[in-house]
Design a protein around this ligand. Structure first.
Ligand code: UD1
Length: 384
């Protein structure tokens, strides 16, 4: 029996963990035993618990209840808590997801006491180190033993950083000085395939928000580079307001608590008032996974600074406008399904016009076949 500990903390990790956790509880139940550690990075009901409930993820075995803080203090508290658990329970491996402070804390705590680290969503790079997520990714990848990349680009990025080419060497056993890198597809795609039908049956997101399928824009904004910069956030919000007025287009914004907190500050009073007066713009609390899937699947177009939402847009064959200067998901932009508009009002509006008049977008499969979690479980059993 392979005993793994899994770290979750932020919303997207809980979603990603659902795919592996489902495999462990079914196909691999006699071979892998999982304990879930929640760092408590996200703690609001609608940023955390709702995902465990909907996706039927077992209740975390441990909750560190760390909550918010500066990067240093939040990460430090997590490292201390995770190290204690690892020393006490001695798992065979620690599984971490993505690029958050919870990811980095898990990587540091485990690698220093020689617990092999399994990084899921490895190799992604924005090549923009002003993003805390980019620092977290690079550091986590560099102390991991097994690195699973969802895309070919991620695999190539790791090769460029000097990782041994596992597909060529044929090595079968790995340690942190001889890590294994794998291109396996995206666990989020596994989840989308698994949950899409269920979500359509259960979610009332369209009715509750008076939205007509195919006739609204879904928007998410949460990156600190946008939320903590009044000039950028204002430009984005002005673009949204103008598009909705000029094109008579409904928009729905499930807002991250960080963004809402900022909007309530003085710097935004003018633009926030405009948004509140605009009947076509609906600001709602963070959506559940099922509601989010239904909103994505039925949107005309998606405007976002989230990596996960960009991918889900692509899974549902929807164009996206990316509110960042670059993206880790190069394939989406390369295939013409996303436009990188950054926080520039005119670029956002031009991208909207372009996608509105374009009906021949293509979405070739670049995120695997929906079996990434199975691949990862088999590989952990063979390689550790
Ligand atoms: C984090 C991740 C980011 C991921 C995102 C998904 C890092 C560095 N960033 O960003 O990679 O894409 O999660 O959402 O780890 N807050 C609440 N309630 C909550 C959670 C947060 O009010 O349940 C507020 C807190 O005031 C907190 C702020 O949001 O200070 C930001 O939260 P934090 O955990 O620092 O990062 P995110 O912006 O969520």
């Amino acid at each position: 029996m392979l005993k793994i500990f899994t770290i979750v903390g932020a919303r997207p990790q809980i979603i990603k963990a659902a795919a592996i956790s489902r495999q462990v509880r079914t196909v691999f139940k006699d071979r892998i035993q999982e304990s879930i550690v929640h760092t408590g990075q996200h703690y609001d009901e609608n940023m955390s618990q709702v995902f465990f409930d909907e996706m039927e993820i077992p209740k975390p075995d441990f909750n560190l209840n760390i909550g918010s803080g500066t990067h240093g203090s939040q990460t430090a508290k997590m490292i201390e808590g995770i190290e204690k658990l690892l020393l006490e329970h001695k798992p065979d491996a620690l599984v971490i997801y993505g690029d958050t402070n919870s990811t980095l804390a898990g990587a540091i705590a485990a690698s220093k006491i020689h617990v092999p680290v399994v990084h899921i969503e490895a190799g992604l790079r924005s090549y923009n180190k002003s993003m805390p997520e980019e620092i977290n990714r690079i550091m986590a990848d560099n102390v991991s033993t097994l690195l699973f990349s969802p895309t070919k680009t991620g695999y190539t990025n790791l090769l460029r950083e000097g990782f041994e080419d596992t597909e060529k060497t044929g090595r079968k056993k790995f340690d942190k000085d001889h890590p294994g890198i794998f291109h396996c597809g995206d666990v989020m795609y596994d989840n989308t395939l698994f949950f899409a039908e269920m979500a359509e049956k259960k979610s009332k997101a369209l009715e509750q928000n008076n939205l007509v399928a195919g006739n609204f824009v879904l928007v998410t904004i949460h990156r600190d580079s946008n939320t903590d910069n009044p000039e950028r956030l204002t430009a984005i919000l002005e673009a949204l307001n103008e598009i909705s007025v000029e094109q008579s287009m409904d928009m729905i914004l499930p807002l991250h608590p960080r963004t809402l907190k900022m909007l309530n500050g003085e710097a935004y009073s003018a633009i926030y008032d405009l948004l509140k007066k605009n009947k076509r713009i609906k600001i709602i609390p963070p959506a559940s996974f099922f509601d989010m899937i239904v909103l994505e699947k039925n949107a005309k177009l998606i405007i976002t600074d989230s990596g996960g939402v960009q991918k889900e847009a692509y899974f549902f064959k929807k164009p996206s406008i990316v509110l960042r200067p670059e993206t880790e998901w190069k394939e989406i932009a390369k295939n013409g399904a996303a436009i990188i508009a950054d926080a520039e009002k005119q670029k956002i509006k031009t991208a909207y016009d372009y996608f509105s008049s374009k009906s021949d977008l293509s979405f070739p499969a670049v995120f695997g076949d929906g079996k990434a979690a199975e691949f990862i479980c088999n590989n952990m059993l063979e390689s550790l």
